[in-house]
Design a protein around this ligand. Structure first.
Ligand SMILES: O=C(O)CCC(=O)C(=O)O
Ligand SMILES: [Fe+2]
Length: 367
């Protein structure tokens, strides 16, 4: 079913199963250094001249660090908060129940199902405080068992999932193609919802640690990294902790994702597709400020991954040719093989672990 994002509450029907409302924790009162990021208003997309305006804004953010907010993306606050409520209910399940749905991402490189707490070493002998539940696309080939709390809201999650992919990500992919002076659907064709790929929605939990533990971990929840794939979307996040770096030489800055906004970051393939003209957003997660550090941190995210129709390499763009960025590539490696290999290596305990494929290379984590 194709949904048009015209009115509010397209996702949550009046007959949707009831969910106790989710109440977000309060924002920190501490003074933090926040990154100054541009907000793209997606309502402009269908206005006369709107795509050109958005493409201009996007070109700047992608060449300058890869982080921006979007607003007016066709999902109401209630619809977003219901996803947080589903996440809350999932994490209220006993650990043994969550663990029954464990994926095999360490082997197959696909984030599907449960990713258990403590799956990666943050420092030698110190395991992470992160767990997630990942839902692949709503297509017959990705059918699998899910916990009751997920099944109960299955149709609603499916509409939310598709909306992010087809009504938000597609717009941004069209804008990227416009910037690169390619046919507008060039990148959408490599990211079709109906194609095989590992795009997924993620209900993410970072468990609070004690001050003593935080000290041992040097306040790192998730080490600096660039995401695998094309684009990542992070919904509102009142518990501060996510930090970004505009480039290697700049300092880490917090981001504050307010209700009504989504933080978007470009992932490794955006950089590869443009041979470095566009940057992938470098980020990490640290201990939340003191007035929030005792709180578990619940997140809703969506990761756009390439389909098996996109190959790993720089796209033949008139703009990239003019700017001297175009580099022909002989390989026909499906880009999803790259992202899967990057996911596998993220579970390696070797701090130097990295992927090398088709002339491209990337480390798993930085500092
Ligand atoms: O928890 C966050 O805010 C970001 C998580 C993240 O960077 C990731 O899952 O790749
Ligand atoms: Fe990330």
């Amino acid at each position: 079913m194709v949904l048009e994002a015209k009115s509010e509450n397209i996702i949550c029907e009046p007959t949707a199963p009831s969910l106790a409302p989710y109440v977000h924790p309060p924002q920190t009162k501490q003074q933090l250094t926040y990154a100054n990021l541009v907000t793209l208003d997606l309502e402009d997309f269908d206005q006369p001249g709107g795509k050109q305006k958005l493409a201009g804004q996007l070109r700047n953010v992608l060449t300058e660090g890869g982080f921006f907010y979007i607003t007016n993306f066709g999902l109401s606050e209630e619809e977003v908060n219901r996803q947080f409520a589903i996440a809350r209910d999932f994490y209220a399940l006993p650990y043994t129940e969550r663990a029954r749905y464990r994926g095999r991402m360490e082997e197959d490189g696909i984030y599907r199902g449960y990713r258990a707490l403590g799956s990666t070493e943050v420092r030698p002998g110190l395991w992470d405080n992160i767990e997630h539940y990942n839902v692949l696309k709503f297509l017959p080939q990705f059918e699998q068992s899910h916990p009751h709390v997920i099944r109960l809201h299955w149709d609603e999650i499916g509409r939310f999932h598709r909306h992010i992919h087809e009504h938000i990500a597609y717009k941004l992919l069209r804008l990227v193609a416009i910037i690169l002076e390619l046919p507008e659907d060039y990148l959408v064709n490599g990211h079709c919802y109906e194609s095989n790929c590992d795009s997924h929605m993620r209900y993410m939990m970072s468990r609070a640690r004690s001050p003593i533990e935080n000290e041992k971990y040097k306040d790192v929840y998730l080490r600096g990294h660039i995401d695998r794939g094309t684009l990542s979307f992070v919904f509102q996040q009142p518990v501060a902790g996510l930090q970004i770096k505009k480039d290697e030489s700049s300092a880490w800055e917090y981001v504050c994702i307010e209700p009504g906004k989504i933080l978007v970051n470009s992932a490794d393939l955006i950089e590869i597709m443009t041979n470095g003209y566009f940057k992938a957003g470098l980020h990490r997660v640290v201990t939340p400020p003191e007035d929030q550090s005792f709180r578990d941190r619940l997140g809703v995210l969506y990761f756009v991954r390439p389909s098996d129709l996109l190959t790993l390499g720089t796209v033949d763009s008139p703009l990239l040719r003019r700017l001297g960025y175009y580099r022909p590539s002989e390989n026909k490696i499906p880009a999803l093989e790259w992202t899967r290999e990057r996911v596998r290596t993220a579970f390696s305990s070797d701090p130097k672990s990295h992927v090398q494929m088709g002339g491209f290379s990337a480390t798993s984590f930085q500092e």
